[in-house]
Write a protein that binds this ligand. Structure first.
Ligand code: IPD
Length: 295
């Protein structure tokens, strides 16, 4: 069995960001061209659709990234390079987040690309890019620096009261996460100003990052849905709390401006009282910073 590539060095974050932005733009162009066209459906389930365009976009992104970084593997929704488990760095890609929206011609979907780097207890995102080709909104982040929206520094909202907040909910695909989302809906609906269910986890996270939403809650997402957006929330001064769930690369999450986290009921999860970073597999606080990162 091959050993982890611990001796190789992760790439420069700045170069990685530039490569991810270029790849996201390429995929975004393909999405824009195809929004209103008939699309080939590769798989259809009750609560999910897989399009040939998902596959095409991932191929295009993989090719674009590989021209700059030929040896960094991709862990993507449409295929996982086996080398990504042992590599010192890997791309985590959701070529079209919000596939069902996109399939139905709803212009609310995004490209999500993160660069994750191996740490002692797993991987963490160092670079994140989320691109909404329909609004031409590009969110970027490099760990330790401020998040940006279309090049300008962006920050989470300052609302401190749940009853004045807009909270977005994700309704995923599995039975257990749908039931949990229904419980969240009933619990939150009378306690917030508005609930929003928009259908793209990556955009829900970036909407939190730039203050359009105050929080986003979902009971069962996959790593590629959140790896870039989670970092962007953190770099925008917010809180990104995940709980590892059974199943590969599966998480529950609460992302927020940090100020309302404790007012969001989490009785069904162990995300209720996040304290210091906990062992792998348990819920953890990635960031609950009050101070903003410096540029
Ligand atoms: C889905 C979307 C959706 C979320 C699901 C995700 P996909 O991703 O982000 O908003 O509720 O959990 O799986 O399949 O469109 O890439």
């Amino acid at each position: 069995m091959s050993q982890p590539l611990l001796s190789s060095r992760p790439p420069s974050n700045t170069r990685a960001l530039a490569a991810a932005v270029a790849a996201a733009h390429e995929a975004g162009e393909l999405m824009k061209k195809n929004l209103r066209r008939a699309k080939q459906v590769n798989e259809s389930h009750q609560h999910d659709i897989k399009l040939e365009l998902d596959v095409q976009c991932q191929k295009l992104i993989t090719r674009a990234l590989a021209t700059v970084f030929p040896s960094i593997p991709v862990l993507g929704e449409e295929g996982i390079d086996a080398a990504s488990e042992k590599a010192v760095a890997r791309w985590v890609v959701d070529p079209i987040d919000g596939t069902v929206n996109f399939a139905y011609g709803i212009p609310h979907a995004a490209v999500s690309i993160a660069l994750e780097v191996r740490t002692e207890d797993g991987f963490k995102s160092e670079v994140g890019v989320v691109y909404d080709p329909f609004m031409n909104d590009l969110w970027t982040a490099i760990r330790g620096k401020p998040a940006r929206l279309n090049g300008r520094i962006t920050q989470v909202s300052t609302r401190a009261r749940l009853d004045e907040s807009i909270v977005s909910l994700g309704f995923a695909k599995s039975q257990d996460s749908l039931e949990a989302a229904q419980a969240d809906f009933l619990e939150l609906t009378h306690r917030v100003r508005k609930l929003r269910i928009m259908g793209s986890a990556a955009l829900a996270l970036t909407y939190v990052a730039c203050g359009r939403f105050d929080a986003y809650v979902e009971a069962g997402v996959r790593l590629w849905d959140i790896a870039a957006g989670g970092l962007i929330v953190e770099c925008a001064g917010g809180s990104f709390v995940t709980q590892s769930l059974p199943g590969e690369h599966r998480y529950g999450l609460i992302a927020s401006n940090g100020l309302i986290h404790d007012q969001i009921p989490h009785a069904r999860t162990s995300m209720a009282k996040p304290k210091s970073p906990s062992p792998k597999g348990e819920s953890k606080v990635r960031t609950r910073s009050k101070s903003r990162p410096q540029s």
